[in-house]
Design a binder for this molecule. Structure first.
Ligand SMILES: CC(=O)SCCNC(=O)CCNC(=O)[C@H](O)C(C)(C)COP(=O)(O)OP(=O)(O)OC[C@H]1O[C@@H](n2cnc3c(N)ncnc32)[C@H](O)[C@@H]1OP(=O)(O)O
Ligand SMILES: N[C@@H](CCO)C(=O)O
Length: 385
């Protein structure tokens, strides 16, 4: 199904380019961007990229902003006209730091995702879900797809590309891949290349899903989903998204209400007897399982494992030299144990222009890039004047 450069699968004719939506409304749309050549050399046919937008594009298209979501995030950054809260509602909207009265904001779903873009749960040209046949994709593949989306929307360059975590990695890739199309890149709680520890944690998550009997090699769409494996993957990930101190302060050694994890942990008919932190992780796992596709989780996790802005571009200084002319804002979360502040320092030190690393002061850990909205608003002030 995935084709090499030499053989191209038949795909429907592309519709004529349509103008950008007149007014972004925070509702999901998508664009057909055609066949996409991947870094691997394969070609993915008939790719669709889903997006939402807010605000109005200026006649000269100079006020466009791209917001990049993290691993399990979605295009729904802000509420807009929908009923559903957005994950950066306090940061993006009328009168917010990224003011949708002034800026035209776009958020695209990652290639391989499950929020509208072509991914493993999408229907392949043969009429069946891609499932196990969906190819390995990299963050650069996703950025190339987003560049095609920008073309479709009539956006030649972005005033800013903004992201945290995996979204920050994509913001960095945009700046290095298309420096002429990016005025500012905002890289929050991220790094220049996934580290050994990040890859190690990711492997455990992927294996948790693959070892679920319901995974069936990735072709499970006609039966039960691998809920246990995906839930376990989320538990492993979520621990890394919060700090040891926060977990200790919030939960300590307390029992989940009504349960007795020490006196009756095991035994027939006793049911779950959990510590409170276990109840918390069970809840986070259950929430992800009901909203996310396990194959997409693997595809996106493996894309993040591949993140290395240096690949094929020399050392870090040489790679980042390509982004000369792009203004960078780099910030790290003080208590982040997944994307260590030292990794932001390493990135900033290698940028073409001297760049400070802002500290997001938080005890929460990595998830602070989703939670510390006031601090992030303050550090965006210079860019979104
Ligand atoms: C860019 C993106 O990633 S977009 C997608 C972002 N959203 C997600 O990834 C969803 C997963 N959640 C998270 O990542 C984080 O929880 C955040 C950042 C979204 C929110 O963080 P916080 O506001 O600190 O929420 P917190 O981690 O405390 O979780 C609160 C939930 O845990 C529940 N909870 C807390 N303790 C327990 C417990 N002992 N037992 C069961 N449930 C518990 C709360 O009831 C609450 O439930 P709800 O979310 O269904 O209302
Ligand atoms: N909570 C975020 C953290 C990952 O950066 C997510 O699920 O995508």
């Amino acid at each position: 199904m995935v084709t090499s450069d030499l053989e191209t699968a038949a795909v429907p004719e592309l519709p004529a380019r349509q103008p950008a939506v007149a007014r972004g409304d925070g509702l999901l749309r998508d664009r057909q961007i055609g066949n996409l050549g991947l870094e691997s050399g394969l070609e993915l046919p008939g790719v669709r990229i889903a997006y939402e937008s807010w605000g109005r594009l200026n006649p000269d298209a100079s006020n466009a902003v791209l917001i990049q979501h993290a691993l399990t995030g979605s295009t729904h950054v802000a509420r807009g006209d929908s009923d559903e809260a957005g994950w950066w509602d306090g940061l993006v909207g009328p009168g917010q730091a990224i003011d949708t009265e002034r800026y035209f904001v776009v958020a695209a779903n990652l290639l391989g995702g499950c929020y509208g873009s072509t991914g493993p749960s999408s229907i392949a040209p043969d009429g069946a879900p891609w499932g196990s046949r969906f190819p390995f994709v990299t963050l650069r593949d996703s950025v190339r797809a987003e560049a095609r989306l920008a073309d479709e929307l009539g956006i030649g360059h972005w005033h800013a590309v903004v992201g945290g975590s995996m979204g920050g990695a994509r913001a960095l890739e945009w700046a290095v891949s298309y420096p002429e199309r990016v005025r500012h890149a905002v890289v929050l709680a991220s790094c220049a290349a996934s580290t050994a520890e990040q890859i190690a944690l990711a492997q455990a998550q992927v294996l948790a899903i693959e070892q679920d009997p319901d995974f069936r090699g990735g072709d499970y769409y006609d039966g039960p989903i691998p809920a246990a494996g995906l839930g376990l993957a989320r538990r492993i990930a979520h621990i890394s998204y919060r700090s040891e101190a926060e977990l200790g302060q919030r939960f300590g050694r307390s029992a989940q209400p009504g349960e007795a994890p020490v006196s009756s942990r095991r035994g027939p008919g006793r049911g779950a007897q959990r510590y409170q932190v276990e109840g918390y992780l069970d809840h986070q796992a259950a929430k992800l399982v009901q909203r996310f596709d396990a194959n997409s989780y693997i595809v996106l996790t493996e894309a993040l494992m591949s993140h290395d802005v240096r690949r094929g571009r020399g050392d870090l200084h040489s790679a980042l030299a390509r982004a000369a002319g792009v203004g960078f804002t780099v910030a790290a979360v003080s208590s982040d144990r997944l994307y260590l502040p030292a990794q932001s320092e390493e990135l900033a030190a290698a940028l073409p222009e001297p760049t400070p690393v802002h500290r997001i002061a938080s005890d929460v850990g990595h998830d602070a890039f989703l939670l510390e909205i006031a601090q992030i608003s303050a550090l965006l002030g210079e860019i979104f004047t």
